[in-house]
Design a protein around this ligand. Structure first.
Ligand SMILES: CC(C)(COP(=O)(O)OP(=O)(O)OC[C@H]1O[C@@H](n2cnc3c(N)ncnc32)[C@H](O)[C@@H]1OP(=O)(O)O)[C@@H](O)C(=O)NCCC(=O)NCCS
Length: 169
């Protein structure tokens, strides 16, 4: 993988717990676990249902990239989605870390691993819609705010982006 964060150490262990980061194949048990986590963290608290088809269209998800972090028991504790939107552009969605695992650096590691994975596929422009409550996480990851605050799923959001300039070989 490209070294996009030079000098970064990459501990697999957080507070004595081993964490693995990997791609999630659509249709697997890990994918089902990611759906449950996304529902639990992002939809249930705002009175929405990921599975009822009223907002989320899960039928398209086999063409998306899914990435996850797994604890030492193989339980999914964090996940994120990438949707190709143009030749070199990808939209990142539904970044979640399970309650009890937040604020321990797991989200940051997962996000960096996912960026590196997408960069290796040739994506250079990364776009996302950040909840205002979480946008500091993306600022921390080097993303910038584009335009004004807007509403999505009844919550204030910022559109944010980050562009990687390819290094000459
Ligand atoms: C937002 C979320 C993905 C961050 O993951 P995390 O594992 O908790 O975050 P990390 O511990 O890796 O934090 C990495 C850095 O971002 C900062 N950060 C994390 N969450 C933040 C937030 N909500 N606001 C501001 N900064 C935040 C941390 O302070 C840390 O800073 P540091 O590197 O200077 O120490 C996670 O808390 C979460 O799932 N929240 C609920 C769902 C949600 O809001 N998802 C985003 C939808 S757009």
């Amino acid at each position: 993988m490209k070294d996009i964060y030079p000098g970064l150490t990459w501990p697999k262990f957080f507070k004595g717990c081993a964490v693995e980061y990997s791609l999630i194949q659509h249709g697997t048990d890990a994918y089902e676990a990611s759906l449950k986590l996304r529902h639990q963290i992002l939809r249930e608290p705002i009175g929405m249902d990921l599975f009822d088809g009223s907002y989320d269209d899960l039928s398209q998800e086999s063409r998306f990239y899914h990435f996850g972090a797994f604890d030492e028991n193989g339980e999914l504790i964090s996940s994120v989605i990438g949707i190709p939107t143009a030749t070199h552009e990808v939209r990142i969605k539904q970044m979640v870390v399970a309650e009890g695992h937040q604020n321990q650096g797991i989200g940051k590691r997962l996000f960096m691993a996912f960026e590196a994975y997408l960069l290796n596929l040739g994506f250079q422009v990364f776009i996302l819609h950040a909840r205002i409550t979480a946008h500091g996480f993306y600022l921390n990851m080097g993303y910038t705010i584009l335009g004004d605050e807007f509403q999505e799923v009844g919550l204030p959001h910022y559109r944010m982006s980050k562009t990687f300039t390819p290094h000459p070989e």
